[in-house]
Design a protein around this ligand. Structure first.
Ligand SMILES: NC(=O)C1=CN([C@@H]2O[C@H](COP(=O)(O)OP(=O)(O)OC[C@H]3O[C@@H](n4cnc5c(N)ncnc54)[C@H](O)[C@@H]3O)[C@@H](O)[C@H]2O)C=CC1
Ligand SMILES: CC1=C(/C=C/C(C)=C/C=C/C(C)=C/C=C/C=C(C)/C=C/C=C(C)/C=C/C=C(\C)C(=O)O)C(C)(C)CCC1
Length: 538
């Protein structure tokens, strides 16, 4: 456990002129193909698991020094989190990495002899850039995915959490294969030097502003990127919500890591008639969580540095709203009390800026429709949203507004599970990771056909000179007749009525007797998810 006897080396940036060599080593190692061996990857993941166990005291101490993070939070959301990630990958890697045989309905009968399958191949050499708020988890969890996928990896921790950055460097350099994995420490010059290198994928977690710089630079070499960015996340609270529960859970979201959580709520849109009760419930929850006051609590983290402290203070100084909970702060300790501000304009600083701290606004509305309109105007594609209302109201929120992820009747619980996909939508992020999605994120799904020589006569139709009689045979085998007319309306053909009468049909409306049913929705084959992801995002 954390102790002040633990020594952590002083922060040192990596010399900029060493960076091309570090990237070249990782690229050359990938070319040796050694990281492609599944057993080799498993050994790396096992080593990482034990490194996390053995370096636990240093990690807990570093998190305490950088963010004043309590041991409880550090274990739950950083150290144990990554250990659990390692175990999940170790247990499932062989399944994830298996080639997928492609068959019907994805493959037409005419192509069934060509042994179509998807090979799961590592993308290559990847760069992972991390933020400061979860300096260990948000760097190492993607790295687990990259190791599992068979990539070589260079990681760049945030310079704002220097103790964590140095412990991570020590962990990787002492315990992992130095030719395949490396850590570069530094800030903008070092990140720029890294971005001048050619990568097979860049995985970035951080602000939308820096994410834009990274995406632009990566576009110059058509390098794919996964971006995990911030957002102005709304919470909706209606008069049908359990207000005590909503208050406790939304306060929880602003106390974990002192609200420095990209998916925590920025603002709460709440029906006017329950605003007072909700505020009262927030006070009750504050008393329960912090019986001696928030400042005295050993559990509450601090703001990472003076710049971010001043940023949050400015939001509170410039608001036209009224502080209805909290409001105290102490710069010498980088402490800000969990704070709620009642506002009445979307132009308020508390609505316009991403909080990324223990402060949030409460905005009274007359209806859920009004709330949805406001949220759409503030940020159309937030990273997360939360809805506290009746079942019907929660479904309305889900149906009418998108977000990277969402939780009903709670704060960011969808993002508190390390094995389910996590990511943004639109300008809150491109791509997803965690669980199998972490493996997919760094995997190229390569479709391969292996056409047997003896089948050449059967598939002669493709060769010139073309023959229309052979084409008619091909059409008979492959053509699927539509079960809809030119207006897009389903037509109920003879087959449908016959099926209905004999109790066989009605499940799907088939248009004509000639329809070849290849299935429409469900598939027996789990197609590699990365293909769909890549094409929808680039
Ligand atoms: N979607 C997600 O999973 C998460 C998103 N975030 C977002 O990250 C932000 C807070 O984290 P920060 O560390 O402050 O983000 P940041 O964007 O300032 O820094 C992230 C990384 O980029 C590097 N960097 C900073 N400025 C750069 C520049 N001009 N050129 C090249 N590299 C640069 C930093 O050294 C750091 O490693 C918030 O906006 C938050 O919403 C944070 C955590 C998780
Ligand atoms: C159900 C059964 C049992 C009881 C189980 C219980 C009580 C489970 C409770 C689990 C809870 C409350 C877990 C809470 C976890 C919160 C976490 C891990 C938060 C994580 C936050 C993170 C990682 C933040 C990330 C930030 C990011 C990405 C960001 O800035 O964007 C029994 C009693 C065990 C019996 C069996 C059944």
């Amino acid at each position: 456990m954390a102790t002040s006897k633990v020594t952590i080396p002083e922060f040192q940036t990596t010399p900029v002129d060493a960076i091309p060599g570090i990237a070249a080593t990782a690229r050359n190692t990938f070319k040796t193909h050694k990281t492609k061996d599944i057993q080799w990857r498993l050994v790396q993941l096992r080593k990482l698991y034990w490194a996390f166990e053995d370096f636990k005291p240093q990690m807990l101490e570093a998190l305490q020094r950088d963010l004043h993070k309590s041991q409880f939070e550090s274990l739950l959301t950083e150290v144990d989190w990554v250990k659990n990630d390692c175990m999940f990958m170790i247990q499932h890697l062989e399944t994830f990495a298996k080639s997928e045989k492609l068959k019907a309905p994805h493959v037409p009968i005419t192509h069934s002899l060509m042994n179509l399958h998807i090979r799961k191949e590592p993308m290559g050499t990847v760069l992972i850039i991390g933020p400061y708020n979860y300096p260990i988890q948000l760097l190492l969890a993607p790295m687990v995915g990259a190791i599992a996928a068979g990539c070589t990896v260079v990681i760049k921790p945030s310079e704002l959490t220097p103790n964590c950055a140095m412990v991570i460097k020590q962990v990787i350099e002492e315990r992992m294969d130095p030719d395949a994995y490396a850590v570069v420490n530094g800030a903008i010059p070092e990140t720029n030097a890294l971005m001048n290198e050619k990568w097979d994928k860049v995985f970035f977690t951080g602000s939308a502003q820096v994410g834009t710089i990274i995406a632009k630079k990566a576009a110059e070499t058509l390098t794919p990127v996964c971006l995990e960015l911030g957002g102005k996340n709304p919470a909706f609270v209606t008069k049908n919500a359990n207000l005590a529960l909503a208050a406790r859970r939304l306060l929880w979201s602003k106390t974990m890591n002192a609200g420095q959580v990209c998916m925590s709520q920025n603002y709460v849109l709440i029906e006017r008639e329950v605003v007072d009760t909700f505020i009262q419930q927030l006070h009750n929850s504050m008393k329960e969580m912090f019986p001696n006051g928030a400042k005295a609590s050993p559990d509450l983290a601090r703001i990472v540095n003076k710049r971010h402290f001043q940023r949050l203070k400015k939001m509170l100084d410039e608001t036209n709203g009224k502080i209805v909970m909290g409001g105290s702060m102490d710069e010498s300790e980088l402490y800000i009390e969990p704070t709620a501000v009642l506002v009445n304009s979307t132009h308020d600083t508390m609505m316009m800026e991403e909080s990324f701290g223990p402060i949030f606004s409460i905005y009274p509305v007359d209806s859920l429709d009004e709330a949805l309109g406001i949220a759409d105007g503030v940020h159309r594609t937030p990273l997360s949203l939360f809805s506290f209302g009746s079942k019907t109201e929660n479904m309305k929120v889900l149906n009418e507004m998108t977000s990277g992820g969402a939780t009903l009747n709670d704060a960011y619980f969808h993002g508190s599970v390390n094995t389910v996909p996590f990511g943004g939508v639109g300008d809150s992020g491109w791509g997803a990771y965690r669980g199998k999605a972490s493996f997919d994120c760094f995997t190229h799904c390569r479709t391969v056909a292996d056409t047997p020589g003896w089948a050449d006569r059967l598939i002669r139709v493709r060769y010139m000179p073309f023959s229309f009689s052979e084409m008619r045979l091909l059409q008979r085998l492959t053509e699927v007749k539509p079960n809809f007319d030119r207006n897009g309306t389903i037509t109920r053909g003879f087959g449908y009525w016959l099926g209905l009468i004999f109790g066989l049909g009605g499940r799907s409306a088939k248009g004509s007797n000639n329809t070849i049913d290849r299935g429409t929705s469900s598939s027996e084959v789990e197609l590699c998810s990365n293909n769909a992801q890549q094409s929808s995002q680039q």
